[in-house]
Design a protein around this ligand. Structure first.
Ligand code: N01
Length: 564
């Protein structure tokens, strides 16, 4: 009997117990965000006994933790949601074009309630290790509560941006004020009314948070190392009539998103930025800017991500916008990025650049004068000390691999995942890893993941894993492992695709550049959701091509997915 706690409904589930005293289940799922919740729902549909482990006190993943002021999605709400249930779609009302964090968290809570998911989620429980036991063909999943659960399959639904990154400035312990990381923001909020606030970082998070924080703070210093491009969200309320209209044509809209590059229902561009006149280019960029959103400029022309000159035209447009918005030319210059636009995640804002026009908001260039220490009174750079009451670290994440490697994962013959990935992540389809049988990751490295609408990608991965487990069950099999050859070919394919774009040139978290010592490997799959969906579908149709399949623990029982 297992008691599921947290602030969720109290629930008790019965599970089989193996002779060694460990609990035996079919599938262990790590994480109860968008991916873990849907995975659990589908596993139940297969009649499998699953348990989800979640470190938070409730469901929501990213949206549970990132409660900083201004947090909202940068994909339109009507697309940033599940599509698997038409009743769920019809039963939920999005109130804004881009939903704010509280609304998305309520939505995920609603999903958990509607499908009775909480009874199989063990909250406030961090998975610390997962070890493949070859003899028993099962994963032994250990938690920080001291429990060990044995599961035939293990699904890592830990999110791409969940391993918090905070620079190790000396002196933090001496700071007399309060400090917070945006991804560990207190549920009770932080009142910055009349306070002197320092924000470290100018990524998507800080760009959303600054305008909100500046509304209440007496003084804000933004410590910027690298400026970023940001598109206006053009957020607005979503009238019920418009929502009804969207839902009326939803299946076609979703199909378009699934077949698109970025997982959004936008028609792909048809022309190069360089084959149109400057006036036509400007007209397209301006229309995108007015429409707003993350793809405001990137969907204008075919060669945005592949041609330096084409990309430059969009950069120039974005920099011109900054110069138009920010009154002080020196501040505008300092806020103007120089990297290829889109090669670091493009930000989406509501009033970010405008906020620098307020007298109480200042920009500190920490590229020129790096932060040296946190002092009892604030932050010190090589140039001076800034007196602060509150420090906000909007310093990001150890992206894509960080949350996976926080767990001590060991595959066949005790091989640590960290050792296997010492030179960068290697996967087959971003779903599985050679040497790690029966282990799946949702939106792992080598899949479109962060380059796409995460919910579209999550649904596709969960559906693929569900189909795979169903196939294995129907065939009397219970063992699947990516072959080394298929993995090698996939890694090469992913790298070749990325190498044909401008992406790898930027010092971004996509390549791990924000984490000292992290191998520089461009991690996502760049050819888009539609192409990727086809590749995964073809692998399944060919009897799980590139996988070794088997029954029980016997290596001899393994056979290769047909066609590989
Ligand atoms: O993190 P980031 P984020 N000294 O890594 C700076 C998603 N997201 O939390 O660029 C000084 O982008 C760092 O500087 P630099 C989205 O995918 C989505 O903002 O490394 N500065 C950078 O400016 C996004 O991309 C939404 O030179 C330091 C900042 O901290 C991803 O999450 C909203 C520093 C970190 O920026 C991560 O965004 C929010 C140091 N020692 C986030 N260390 C949506 O809209 C780091 N920095 C859905």
């Amino acid at each position: 009997m297992v008691h599921c706690g947290g602030n969720a409904r109290e629930a008790v589930i019965s599970l089989g117990t193996s002779p060694g005293g460990t609990v035996d289940i079919d599938v262990a799922v790590v994480g109860a965000g968008f991916s873990g919740l849907y995975m659990l729902h589908r596993l139940r549909g297969l009649g499998l006994q699953a348990r989800v482990f979640e470190r938070g006190t409730d469901a929501g993943g990213t949206w549970f933790w990132n409660r900083y002021p201004g947090a909202r999605c940068d994909i339109e709400s009507v697309d940033y949601c599940y599509s698997f249930s038409s009743e769920l779609l019809a039963g939920w009302t999005w109130t804004e074009r881009y939903a704010a964090q509280p609304e998305i968290l309520r939505y995920l809570g609603h999903v958990a309630d509607r499908f009775g998911l909480r009874r199989d989620i063990q909250f406030s429980t961090r998975v610390t290790a997962a070890r493949y036991d070859g003899a028993g063909n099962r994963w032994l999943v250990s938690t920080d509560t001291g429990e060990v659960v044995a599961a035939r399959y293990c699904v890592l639904a830990v999110g791409n941006l969940s391993s918090v990154q905070r620079p190790d400035f000396p002196g933090l312990g001496s700071f007399r004020g309060e400090w917070y990381h945006t991804a560990q923001w207190p549920a009770s909020g932080v009142d910055v009314q009349g306070q002197r606030v320092g924000i470290v970082g100018t990524g998507s998070t800080a760009i959303q948070a600054l305008p909100q924080i500046a509304k209440r703070a007496a003084r804000v210093h933004v410590f910027q190392r690298t400026p970023n491009y940001s598109m206006p969200a053009q957020n607005r309320p979503l009238p019920p009539g418009e929502l009804r209209q969207v839902l009326g044509g939803y299946p076609a809209r979703r199909r378009m998103a699934e077949e698109s590059d970025a997982g959004v229902p936008v028609a792909p561009p048809e022309r190069s930025a360089l084959e149109v006149t400057p006036a036509e280019r400007r007209r397209k960029y301006e229309a995108g800017w007015q429409r707003g959103g993350i793809n405001a400029l990137s969907y204008a022309f075919t060669d945005f991500f592949t041609d330096e000159q084409a990309n430059f035209t969009a950069q120039e447009f974005a920099r011109e916008k900054i110069r138009q918005i920010v009154r002080d030319p020196a501040v505008a210059r300092a806020l103007s990025p120089v990297h290829h636009i889109g090669t670091k995640r493009t930000c989406v804002d509501t009033g970010y650049f405008q906020t620098y026009n307020h007298d109480h908001v200042g920009l500190v260039d920490v590229r020129r004068s790096p932060i040296t220490a946190v002092t009892p009174r604030g932050l010190a750079t090589t140039a001076r000390e800034y007196g602060l009451d509150v420090i906000v670290f909007a310093t990001g994440f150890d992206a894509i691999t960080g949350a996976l490697l926080e767990i001590d994962i060991r595959g066949r013959d005790g091989l640590p995942l960290a050792a296997k990935w010492a030179a960068g992540p290697r996967t087959y389809l971003g779903l599985c890893v050679a040497g790690f049988p029966n282990l799946f990751m949702i939106t792992g490295p080598g899949s479109p993941s962060v380059l796409s609408n995460m919910v579209v990608s999550i649904e596709q991965h969960v559906d693929w894993i569900t189909g795979c487990l169903e196939f294995l069950g129907n065939q009397g099999l219970d063992r699947i492992e990516a072959s080394a050859g298929a993995e090698e070919a996939w890694v090469r394919h992913v790298n070749e695709l990325a190498g044909a774009t401008l992406y790898p040139q930027a010092a971004s978290w996509y390549v791990g550049a924000n984490i000292p010592g992290k191998p520089r490997v461009f991690m996502p799959y760049v050819a888009g959701c539609g192409m990727y969906r086809q590749e995964c579908g073809a692998v399944a149709e060919r009897g799980y091509q590139g996988f070794l399949l088997g029954a029980g623990s016997s290596a001899q029982a393994a056979r290769t997915g047909s066609g590989s």
